[in-house]
Design a protein. Structure first.
Lengths: 411, 411
């Protein structure tokens, strides 16, 4: 099998090529964070009636024309519009009806004078010291949304305000893409369950935990298939299980040449398998495999937790977003912040270097990115870091004081 | 009761004064997004043994000194160290043992030569074309973490890598602050449940939905206490219920003077009530009440969904973070991005204006903040926006082309 190392951009192009998982219908109160699968057309107009946006008096705007502090208009109070009721008072010329924010405009009125411009002379009369124009301080029946308008677009992620608009329209259930399911397999003869005390030469199964937590954080559902020894039949059987129960399979532990070769051998066994990447020109994270079995993506991730997490941040976040239903429109709003580098960092050309950084704040509130060095196999380097910067493969490094984009780990 | 309008900074100071809710113990796999309540001290060292970080040959570094392509060192292969096993081969002078990434260094070896610098001459001999120094390509037993060192600090939010470090140390359960519980009351005679078709003058209960979704998004647990008519006894009884079952009570619907007055009257009924704010000098969101009943914060939020959501973004996010256990150390990493204003926006002095904006991308990838205008009661303005900018009360506005910080709504 040929050795196909691809660039960061090529790998991103591959993950962006995967479409969303299937549609389900969920109650609107469970939809936060999920992506709509269809446009939502408004079944009615909102708010549906003429509504005041202030506390004050509903009047005929014309009756206030020319009114000022020195020359106020005098109006007769003909009652009060109660909240939630249809006011049964007609506002005729020279009359005013008391009204509270959100209340329905009584018939005949076409504007509301704010309370602060109304001075009560006696229990029947107010003095209006300011002119209003028609519809001033009034929300019209379809100001918020028109019947038949697109309320929300397919592929948008449901935020609290989007849920609110749906609630306001009386939409109880909506079509969304369900949460993607990710099968996670941790390989390696040296890996033991975390409840065991590892003997010499053995380590606990960190990756099942980091990758599961990562999935949950990204809105996906992790299915931990457990530990797998470096054994062809065991890995093949777990991979079959993963392909059957999940939308994608992530195998961690292919850092050593032997394990990587075995992952490839198992992949070759599957019909309709296409090897998309055998290595990505990044550091850390180079020994990453991307394959497609049928319509499902299989990722072979480095065994080093720190390397696996870099691959997750750079590629699997975007991959999960695509499976979840994003069409990439939200990409401009990704979590990166600008900071100044605290020191020079050299980089080998020919690969993208992802340097973990801590963010520190100077006394003048300037954010500083301080590189966290350490052997790439160490998880402590990731724990100390807030995010990472990318040094592109054509660059020789970054300089002290240079402005860098820090991709933040979720926090 | 006096009318106590406070500034944005004063309101932030108030919400930052609330401490975390109580401690619970959770399995490490359920801890993502929760805040640690105590420092975690490492019970052991990690990885716990000398481990190679590359594929190659374990050797005595001294045997490679001076080796180069033109003058390679010749070493005898004396076996292979199997993954997960304690190698029972001693590396003596002139010998090399094959080893895979992550494997345990055999006794006698003090470094690993990468595979690419080893050329196999015959099945017993390799040619080493590069010198290594002692411990090169080797992770020492306590390189990742030392026994007794602070692995994670109290008040830090658990990310995938933090969970991973705990898993690596065999820590199964950890002390965290539990998710804060928020009681939500939606007041107003005009409000109907969302499954009902509102008659004229009435609207559906949007705020219970937006505020619940907001809580979930922020890691808190919403308890929707339901609709409340503009009635003293009904509100008092719901507020008592909220104070009994939740860590904080949020009452939405106090936009009209009448409802606001009633909320205050009900608050006054409680012993140990302290009114902290009766209005915040912001727009929208001015008619916000903050009170403390015993140790619990009660918020009276504007009834307009858009105004309530601005208050939630600016103050309640930070409030929930504090209840959840943040000590403010993560504040520098808040979700804001820089963009250029698309046009001038004027602002009244004396209050902070929060202007909703859409983010658009120009062909040169420059992000542009485009204000979303519309009457403040409209939820559609929030649906169209990606975030908001703050125009400080001493500023007269922002100018076209000015760089602004956009506080992103979660996406």
């Amino acid at each position: 099998m040929f050795f196909k190392v691809i660039t960061t951009e090529e790998a991103l192009e591959i993950v962006r090529g995967f479409g969303p998982v299937e549609e389900v219908t969920v109650p609107v109160s469970d939809a936060t964070g999920l992506y709509l699968s269809r446009d939502i057309i408004s079944p009615e107009e909102l708010p549906g009636f003429y509504r005041t946006s202030v506390d004050g008096y509903a009047v005929k705007a014309q009756d206030t024309f020319g009114a000022s502090e020195s020359l106020p208009a005098f109006l007769e109070i003909s009652g009060e519009a109660l909240m939630g009721d249809v006011p049964d008072i007609l506002v005729s010329h020279g009359k005013a009806v008391k009204i509270s924010t959100g209340g329905m405009l009584p018939e005949g009125a076409d504007g509301v004078v704010m309370l602060e411009y109304c001075h009560t002379l006696d229990k029947n009369t107010i003095e209006v010291s300011r002119a209003i124009s028609p519809l001033e301080n009034v929300i019209s029946p379809d100001d918020d949304i028109k019947r038949g308008a697109t309320a929300l677009r397919a592929h948008s992620k449901m935020r609290p305000q989007d849920i609110g608009l749906l609630a306001g329209l009386g939409i109880m259930d909506i079509p969304v893409f369900r949460r993607p399911r990710v099968a996670i397999i941790s390989t390696g003869d040296e890996i033991v369950p975390i409840e065991n005390k590892p003997g010499p030469g053995r380590v606990r199964d960190i990756n099942s935990y980091t990758l599961s937590a990562f999935c949950r954080e990204q809105g996906a559902e992790p299915l931990v298939l457990g530990l797998c020894r470096d054994d062809f039949h065991e890995l093949k059987s777990l991979m079959e299980k993963g392909l059957a129960c999940a939308d994608t399979v992530w195998i961690s532990g292919g850092s050593s040449v032997g394990t990587r070769d075995m992952t490839l051998k198992v992949l070759e066994f599957f019909d309709h398998m296409e090897l998309l990447a055998h290595g990505i020109s990044i550091s850390p994270g180079k020994p990453t495999i991307i394959a497609k079995v049928g319509s499902r993506a299989v990722f072979g991730l480095p065994g080093h937790t720190a390397s696996a997490m870099v691959v997750a941040e750079v590629f699997l976040k975007e991959f999960i977003r695509r499976l979840s239903g994003s069409n990439g429109d939200d990409a401009g709003l990704s979590r990166s912040i600008k900071a100044l580098m605290s020191r020079n960092v050299e980089s080998k050309s020919g690969r993208d270097d992802f340097i973990r950084v801590r963010i520190e704040k100077e006394s003048n509130d300037q954010l500083i990115a301080v590189p966290v060095f350490g052997k790439s196999g160490l998880i402590s380097t990731l724990v100390e870091a807030h995010g990472m910067i990318r040094i592109e493969r054509n660059s020789e490094g970054v300089y002290q004081g240079q402005v860098v984009d820090v991709m933040l780990f979720n926090n």
